[in-house]
Write a protein that binds this ligand. Structure first.
Ligand code: UT7
Length: 331
């Protein structure tokens, strides 16, 4: 069956301020060498205090719409994937809709942490494939610096801020480009290992929750690491297999950027060499829902992603959430 949906534009935004490993050396007991060797990260972009997630999301969306010459009022749906919304409600999608002037659009926020963008992309793809939607804007945006404890060396070295947006439109399938398949899985048994404990209905904000630093990211890194290495491999393997592909067929793998060792381990087992894997974690750290569009932008800019290429996206994150998707790049 010819692909019915294609990605027609991509826009990204990262705030200008940088937090380097050297900066972190002054804040917690760590070293540039430890961070680089254990994670692959050199620096992260950090939003200034007045900038929230919707501000970055709007910039990324404007950039994608301008690239395609699309008027915001023709967008049907806005999906904002984020774990750092401006507010619990209204949704970030509403704020973005208003700021863009996307009159008549509907939309919602999607929470799936590091797999968020891939979950948004497959949701949007199915809206378009159903024939009921012509233009769906999928945005991954996270201001992780707002929920990071900069006294906790095991987490504060990992995360950065950033956003990216992709526009989805119908495809006549003539050139074989577009959405091929998605494989997703959630496993709530891993929920304890990566979470923000307070601020929701389980543990509402109180003096105690603030004193106990429960409004920050808490992670058992080792547990998440082991799960991510296994599931990034298994989900990609199964997705490729059921579509009649092997790692050799992939032009480029664009994985979520949480740790360079997770990415390399998955690539190794899939038989996808380093020349075919996009890694840009050194420049951004883990921007949660922002990593995949940012890495896609870098793949295009480096001349490593062209029309007709088979691209494999993959992510594992808090929840646990797992996602992998296959596309033939359309522009
Ligand atoms: O995107 C969401 C999903 N998240 C992930 O995929 C993250 C998965 N986890 C990881 O990437 C890794 O587990 C970390 C990078 C978080 C940690 O790396 P690790 O190799 O698993 O280190 P570790 O937690 O086993 O810690 C090893 C040692 C410990 O010291 P001891 O107990 O051996 O004396 C830590 O206290 O390294 C210590 N350590 C640090 N040392 C210097 C932990 N953080 C730091 C640090 N600087 N920043």
């Amino acid at each position: 069956m010819p692909p019915k949906v294609k990605i027609t534009a991509l826009g990204c935004y990262t705030p200008p301020n940088l937090l380097t490993n050297r900066d972190l050396e002054k804040m917690v007991e760590t070293s540039d060498q430890w961070i680089l060797e254990r994670t692959g990260i050199r620096e992260r972009h950090i939003a200034p205090p007045e900038m929230a997630t919707s501000d970055m999301a709007v910039e990324a969306a404007k950039c994608a719409l301008a690239q395609r010459g699309t008027d915001p009022s023709s967008v049907n749906t806005i999906i904002v994937c984020t774990v750092t919304p401006d507010y619990m409600f209204p949704s970030t999608a509403c704020l973005v809709q208003h700021r863009l002037g996307a009159r008549g659009a509907w939309g919602f926020d999607l929470i799936a942490a590091c797999s968020g963008f891939l979950y948004g992309l497959t949701t949007g793809a199915h809206l378009v494939a159903a024939g009921t939607h012509q233009k769906v804007l999928v945005i991954g945006a996270d201001t992780m610096s707002r929920i990071i404890d900069y006294t906790d060396r095991s987490t504060c070295i990992l995360f950065g801020d950033g956003a990216g947006a992709m526009l989805l439109e119908p495809s006549d399938g003539d050139d074989g480009c577009g959405f091929i398949d998605f494989l997703g899985e959630v496993d709530g048994s891993g929920g304890e290992f990566l979470k923000m404990p307070a601020g929701g209905s389980r543990l509402p904000p109180s003096h105690e929750t603030v004193d106990q630093r429960l409004h920050y990211v808490h992670q058992d890194g080792g547990q998440v690491f082991k799960y991510a290495v296994r599931k990034m491999y298994e989900s990609c393997r199964d997705l490729l297999k059921r579509n009649g592909f092997t790692g050799q067929d992939v032009a480029i793998m664009i994985p979520h950027q949480a740790n360079i060792r997770i990415i390399n381990a998955a690539g190794d087992r899939l038989g996808i060499g380093p020349d075919k894997i996009l890694i840009d974690i050194d420049a951004y750290g883990n921007t949660t829902a922002g990593t995949i569009p940012l890495a896609t932008r870098d793949a295009i800019e480096q001349g490593r992603l062209k029309k007709g290429d088979l691209v494999l996206f993959a992510a594992v994150g808090a929840g646990y959430t797992v996602g992998a998707s296959l596309w033939r790049w359309a522009y």
